[in-house]
Ligand binder design. Sequence first.
Ligand code: CO
Length: 155
Amino acid sequence: MALREIVKDGDPLLRKKSHPVEKFDGKLHALLDDMLQTMRASDGVGIAAPQVGILRRAVICELEVPDKEEGEILELINPVITEKSGEQVGAEGCLSVPGKRCDVRRPMRVAVTFFDRFGKEHHRVFEGFNAVVASHEIDHLFGILFYDKAVKTDQ
Ligand code: CO
């Protein structure tokens, strides 16, 4: 595993659309391993492949697990939000936009179809904080940054 450099806001790469992952091979696994290490090193709870300069539809989310301090690390490849419901507003930040936090409006609940690193299809429903993380990371795959959806900017 290796740390990768995080692409920062202002780099046009962050505004591009990512392409689907087609090969669930060693190269993808190495990318995901590096993304996790990079996310951990920066104390993030989510990271998307374009944030390390790779325009592929792959994200990692650290999900809250009830009654546990340690989150669940979940890799979502080619994720598609199939359902959204409810609404919540909360403060967000992003590893690519250091120092900036804003209140963002998100769905309370999202249903997502995605693939794991081995190409197996899964379907999960995320609620509350986990819905925020999943939505934020999936937005990166469309070149959307959290402050685009800000309802109020603190800094
Ligand atoms: Co982000």
